[in-house]
Design a protein around this ligand. Structure first.
Ligand code: URP
Ligand code: ZN
Ligand code: ZN
Length: 468
């Protein structure tokens, strides 16, 4: 049974036209004006007055991640369901092996957990240590497992963070494999030193989390990562970029001719550090790394998106409940599990505060939400497009609807929403995933385990070594 979407305003990263889309067997079969349903059993969705967008691709999420003595609260089923409710139809999560653990052993655990996913998913492989067998395991990830992107952490010293020597080795190996290195950029040792200083002064409340990782800590690490990428010739992708200093480092690397890409997240575009002043430990809900920045950085990030310095907006969805999880750090901010929920809200926030408020145009919005993450991470045109042959992942979006974000109504398995009270314009009337309507007017109809692993392959990026 197919689905015919009639008379919608089809919006892609480059085009806008009123037309129809016919989907069958999980794929887009045809687009154009005046399509008829080939079979009497086909469903027709009247999309007059609505937009039709490619399903979102969130390339930065953490479902059921063991982290800082806890585990992120959404599993692959609940987290991907929340994504579908918000128009995100594919995710890329992370396998994060422990230090000295085999990458492939870590992948086996990730594969098992992800079997519950209700939408399609891929993995980035985190490199949390570098030893003799890592190059061969990285090769196996790229060539045999469909994982051509690696994740490294310059922060989280003593846990999953690596040092510069290890980072260089990862970049060199990845470059040889035509793979992409993604990087969490913060000066890990500076963070530890500042944490120690603050705690010794009795400054243990959530707001000191932000003071322990100010923006120069991120700016310096971003510049260093770009410099190392220049030495090794590796293309890199900076995850969750939050501040002017880091943006300047990306711009400088681009001026040198390097392939340095960047992602930001809605929380860094829309919140400022006054969230940490909330009473009664409520600031803990916003404890994430890097932290929410002072006023001023947000406008720079929007400008970075509009100008193309930032290519994608992911969520870094990594929810921890206030009750029983964030409270681990009640007496010491360094123990608060870092992260927050967001996968369900990315579409509404970017549309409302980006498009409706004229910060970005509608094509740039589709680009950062779906098309660029699919292109950068080797999923395009299967995902992130509205083209015959692509997976039938589509959002029929009613731009006239309005709502307010709340933890009381969201689908995240989390007792807080960091965007609580944000007004939202528009909402998906239908979310079609692999050719089936899986969310209609906010009501989910998903199937545990229906999500498929997405093996990925990158087009080999051109070398970007510093010449001289
Ligand atoms: O605070 C965060 N961002 N938690 C998730 C892990 C990471 O650094 O992305
Ligand atoms: Zn991170
Ligand atoms: Zn993350």
């Amino acid at each position: 049974m197919g689905i015919l979407i009639k008379n919608g305003e089809i919006i892609t990263a480059s085009d806008r036209y009123v037309g129809d889309i016919y989907c069958a067997n999980g794929k887009i079969q045809a687009t154009g004006p005046g399509l008829d349903k080939p079979s009497a059993q086909d469903t027709v969705i009247d999309a007059s007055g609505q937009l039709v967008l490619p399903g979102g691709v969130d390339a930065h999420v953490h479902m059921e991640l063991p982290f800082m003595g806890s585990e992120s609260a959404d599993d692959f089923e609940t987290g991907t369901a929340a994504g579908i409710a918000g128009g995100t139809t594919s995710i890329i999560d992370f396998v994060i092996p422990a230090r000295n653990q085999s990458l492939l052993e870590g992948l086996a655990i990730g594969n098992e957990k992800a079997k519950k996913a209700v939408c399609d998913y891929g993995f980035h492989m985190a490199i949390t240590w570098f030893g003799d067998r890592i190059p061969e395991e990285m090769r196996a990830c790229v060539e045999e497992e469909g994982i051509p992107s690696f994740k490294t952490f310059m922060a989280y010293k003593g846990a999953i963070g690596i040092d510069d020597g290890e980072l260089i080795s990862v970049m060199q190996t990845a470059r040889g494999l035509g793979a992409l290195v993604t990087i969490h950029c913060e000066h890990g040792e500076a963070v530890v030193a500042l944490q120690k200083l603050l705690v010794a002064q009795g400054k243990t409340a959530p707001k000191y989390h932000a003071q322990s990782r100010p923006s120069p800590v991120e700016g310096e690490a971003t510049g260093r990562a770009a410099m190392l990428a220049g030495l090794t010739g590796a293309p890199i992708y900076i995850v969750h970029l939050t501040c002017r200093e880091a943006l300047d480092a990306v711009a400088e690397a681009r001026r040198r001719g390097q392939m340095v890409m960047a992602e930001t997240c809605p929380q860094y575009l829309l919140l400022d550090d006054t969230v940490y002043d909330k009473p009664d430990f409520e600031g803990a809900a916003y404890v994430m790394s890097p932290p929410i920045r002072p006023k001023g950085h947000q406008d720079a990030l929007w400008a970075g998106i509009a100008s193309g310095l930032i290519q994608t907006v992911g969520t870094d969805h990594c929810p921890f409940n206030q009750d029983g999880q964030k409270t681990i750090g009640k007496d010491n901010f360094t123990k608060i599990p870092n992260g927050a929920a967001g996968i369900e809200n990315r579409l509404g926030l970017l549309y409302t505060y980006g498009v409706v408020e004229n910060r970005i145009d509608i094509h740039r919005f589709v680009d950062i939400f779906a098309t660029q993450p699919a292109k950068i991470f080797g999923l395009y045109p299967r995902k992130g497009s509205i083209l015959p042959g692509a997976d039938a992942d589509l959002v029929v979006f009613d731009p006239h609807a309005s709502s307010t974000i709340s933890a009381k109504t969201h689908h995240h398995r989390c007792d807080r929403n960091i965007f609580e009270g944000f007004a939202i314009k528009g909402r998906p009337s239908h979310v079609i995933v692999n050719g089936r309507v899986q969310c209609k007017d906010g009501t989910l109809d998903v199937e545990r385990g229906a999500g498929r692993f997405l093996p990925r392959r990158l087009s080999t990026p051109s070398p970007t070594a510093v010449k001289g």
